[in-house]
Design a protein around this ligand. Structure first.
Ligand SMILES: Nc1ncnc2c1ncn2[C@@H]1O[C@H](COP(=O)(O)OP(=O)(O)OP(=O)(O)O)[C@@H](O)[C@H]1O
Length: 742
């Protein structure tokens, strides 16, 4: 019975509205004590984690997902696990275990935990270790920056190696993926294995073929491949299959120091960063090896259930992340069947457990009950054994956090704004209808997304549309080449943050692109509609171009306004100013964080607030790790600095900003988890003031529809990772299909 309660707790049953009876049940949950070198006294639920995590590491799962709500101390819990395990498992035991588990792989085992986190969290991880562990008891290496490889570190000399998602991805790209080559005919970049297909069918002399011929060719290739499989089965041909995936070459080409060793443990902080399983960051992380694996995230599911697969795949949980052969007993982990499965049966004879039992029934099931059955399977069978989630409400007694008041502030446009918005809306509707009439709606998702972005910007401030860079850049690019265009994200229309370049040469913020494709599924480029392939190799040039845009932050949109004296605010800015005034009136020392998805809007807000004598500091994705640290420092330590203007993408996760007690969310995002992450930068352990979070929307605009979509996504989260089975029943079949699209 006690065990059942423990399981319930692990799945977050003791969450929303935990009764005193349930609280009593918590007493039965086992706890473990951290070693003396952890100086911070752990709270009860943190000790429960420790007991659970040690048991998980000793089980077949060898890890799991810690999905506690934001701000409950996942970092210190992970640190406590590492240090406890260091005490419990002497080095020789570890090396025995690693050799028995290394499955014949040749990677050198290292007794060290690799922590992978967003750039903004690196300093915080290092500080948490420094502050809360005995001096000199823990050895930490921050593996980041241009000279990292030249240092030739021996990771065995450290307890923690802290690095970032972008470092892992960059190392993987540099060392493991083959370099792209340029097509002589169209001048575009392709991976070598894709180039052959490109030249055969779409470019150069080969492009003369008709579609029919191309199909016949492809059929023949199928026959050839079958013959190869047969030969391989007979042992007469040892060649690899054609068209192998880039990831598959890792074993032979890998020189990335992080990929060359077998870690004792990998901890993914803000693990939802790999929610898009096909992105290079996810691939780079899947290519790492370790004994134990942990994913930390307060929001492991953001848009759709399919995103959980990335975490399951990272954890390598059997059988959920495996492929099975219909004709024999083989089972393989990687999706790259062509290279790795040597059972001889064709790749189409293999099926992925996740797709068969979870993803496909939800997406293509003939009835909603089929989809719901899969949801139950997901919750009860897949997640129950590997996820531990506690909420602030459920653990209120342990945490003793001050209250959090969330308000949705609905304002109206003034007459001028309304006219501007309506004109844009009518124009957008005409375009939308033309897609419907032509029957090309589904092919124009990208353009529709673009139209929606414009509308959302118009709601914030008409300047964002009227003085957007698009028109200006278009003119300038005629004379200056396409370089300038490269600095504007094709999705959010701001200067790019963490630039990525698509094969069609359009550029985007990396996070915009991931969210965009996660929201819409497999998509075409928002700027030109050709199928979207992202070329991360050209990121550096993107960065350079961004840097060349003189004074990107301040001179951005403000530099395009002819006369700053004529600057006009907007209803949203006015509403914010009123809220900031109220904040200061209530508490003379209060500070607030303002989040927006549009950095140009942050510029307008900054100008407007500073004009009223309110000192602000800004953090956005164009800043490097030092600049970000400096901005956080100013906000934390300068009592006059009242407002932190933060790009939702760059500052919405991982930061501890309990010095502030107010959050202002200027524009709703499609995904409610992103907003929760942002709000919880201040509602966390260490906060002593009551928290106020204000979400701004303008009535009768697209923002109200976004709120409706958010409600649906919240239900999906509650029905899976959270604990609200009835949440699922509120969604229609159409909702499910839309939300769960892979
Ligand atoms: N037992 C404790 N006693 C005092 N402070 C604690 C304790 N545990 C954690 N904290 C503090 O709580 C704050 C929030 O912790 P942390 O950043 O690890 O939260 P988190 O769950 O990782 O949040 P997020 O998901 O937003 O990254 C930190 O300042 C940390 O030092």
């Amino acid at each position: 019975m006690a065990n059942d309660k423990w399981l319930d707790e692990r799945m977050g049953a003791a969450v929303e509205g935990e009764s005193s009876a349930a609280a009593a049940a918590v007493e039965a949950v086992p706890t473990a004590e951290p070693p003396p070198e952890v100086l911070l006294p752990l709270l009860r639920f943190q000790k429960e984690w420790l007991a659970w995590a040690l048991a998980q590491e000793a089980s077949v799962s060898r890890g799991g997902i810690l999905a506690d709500e934001m701000g409950m101390g996942k970092t210190i819990q992970a640190i406590a696990l590492v240090l406890t395990s260091r005490r419990l498992r002497p080095p020789d035991l570890h090396s025995d275990a690693s050799s028995s588990l290394s499955l014949g792989r040749s990677k050198r085992p290292v007794r060290c935990t690799l922590v992978i986190c967003p750039v903004v969290a690196v300093i915080q991880w290092a500080q948490e270790i420094e502050r809360h562990t005995a001096e000199g008891s823990v050895r930490v290496l921050v593996y980041h920056g241009g000279k990292r490889e030249a240092q030739k570190y021996d990771f065995n000399n450290y307890d923690f190696v802290i690095t970032t998602y972008s470092t892992i991805e960059a190392d993987y790209r540099k060392h493991i993926m083959p370099p792209k080559i340029r097509c002589d005919y169209c001048n575009k970049l392709y991976y070598p294995n894709k180039m052959k297909v490109h030249l055969t069918y779409y470019c150069g002399p080969g492009a003369q073929r008709t579609e029919k011929q191309a199909k016949q060719e492809s059929k023949k290739r199928g026959v050839k491949r079958k013959r190869k499989v047969q030969k391989k089965r007979n042992g007469t041909d040892n060649e690899d299959f054609e068209g192998q995936d880039e990831g598959s070459v890792s074993e032979s080409r890998g020189q990335s120091p992080l990929h060359l060793v077998r870690w004792e443990r990998i901890v993914l902080d803000e693990a939802h960063f790999i929610k898009e399983r096909r992105c290079n960051t996810a691939k780079a992380i899947f290519a790492l090896e370790s004994e134990y694996k942990w994913a930390l995230s307060g929001t492991p599911l953001q848009n759709r259930v399919g995103e959980l697969y990335s975490l399951i795949r990272f954890l390598q949980i059997f059988p959920f992340s495996y492929y099975f052969c219909k004709d024999c007993n083989c089972e393989i982990l990687d999706t790259n069947l062509k290279k790795q499965c040597d059972c001889g049966h064709s790749s189409v004879r293999h099926f992925c457990w996740w797709n068969k039992y979870i993803s496909n029934p939800i997406q293509y099931g003939s009835s909603s009950s089929e989809g719901k059955r899969s949801m139950v399977l997901l919750k009860e069978k897949v997640l129950k054994g590997i996820v531990l989630r506690r909420t602030k409400k459920g653990r209120a007694a342990d945490l003793a956090l001050p209250p959090k008041i969330v308000t949705l502030r609905r304002d109206s446009f003034d007459k001028k704004e309304m006219e501007f918005y309506e004109a844009l809306y009518t124009q957008s509707c005409t375009q939308f209808d033309s897609y419907v009439d032509a029957g090309t709606l589904m092919n124009n998702y990208a353009h529709i997304f673009d139209l929606l972005t414009r509308l959302r910007q118009a709601v914030d401030h008409p300047y964002l549309v009227a003085f957007s860079k698009t028109a200006e850049l278009h003119d300038r690019s005629k004379t200056e080449g396409n370089e300038i265009m490269k600095s504007q994200c094709g999705i959010c229309h701001n200067l790019t943050e963490d630039t990525v370049v698509a094969s069609c040469d359009h550029v985007f913020c990396k996070t915009c692109l991931i969210d965009y494709s996660a929201t819409l599924g497999n998509v075409s480029c928002p700027s030109c509609s050709i199928p979207l392939t992202v070329d991360l190799t050209t990121r550096n040039s993107g960065e350079k171009v961004t840097a060349n845009m003189k004074g990107g932050k301040r001179s951005g949109i403000l530099s395009r306004l002819r006369n700053l004296k004529d600057f006009q605010t907007s209803s949203k800015i006015d509403a914010l100013r009123e809220e900031v005034r109220n904040m200061v009136e209530r508490d003379g020392s209060a500070k607030g964080i303002v989040f927006s998805q549009f950095t140009s809007f942050l510029d307008l807000i900054e100008f407007s607030l500073e004009r009223s004598g309110i000192k602000c500091v800004q953090l956005n994705g164009k800043m490097n790790i030092v600049e970000k640290g400096r901005a956080i420092d100013t906000f934390t330590n300068d009592p006059d600095c009242r407002i932190f203007l933060m790009s939702l993408k760059a500052g919405g996760v991982a930061l501890n900003l309990t010095v502030a007690s107010h959050v202002f969310l200027m524009d709703p995002w499609w995904n409610p988890a992103v907003e929760s992450q942002a709000q919880d930068r201040i509602h966390r352990i260490g906060q002593f003031k009551p928290i106020r979070s204000t979400r701004f929307v303008i009535k009768d605009t697209v923002e109200e529809r976004i709120l409706q979509l958010q409600e649906k996504k919240k239900l999906v989260f509650e029905g899976t990772v959270g604990d609200s089975p009835e949440a699922m029943s509120k969604l229609t079949e159409a909702d499910l299909k839309f939300l769960f699209q892979n």
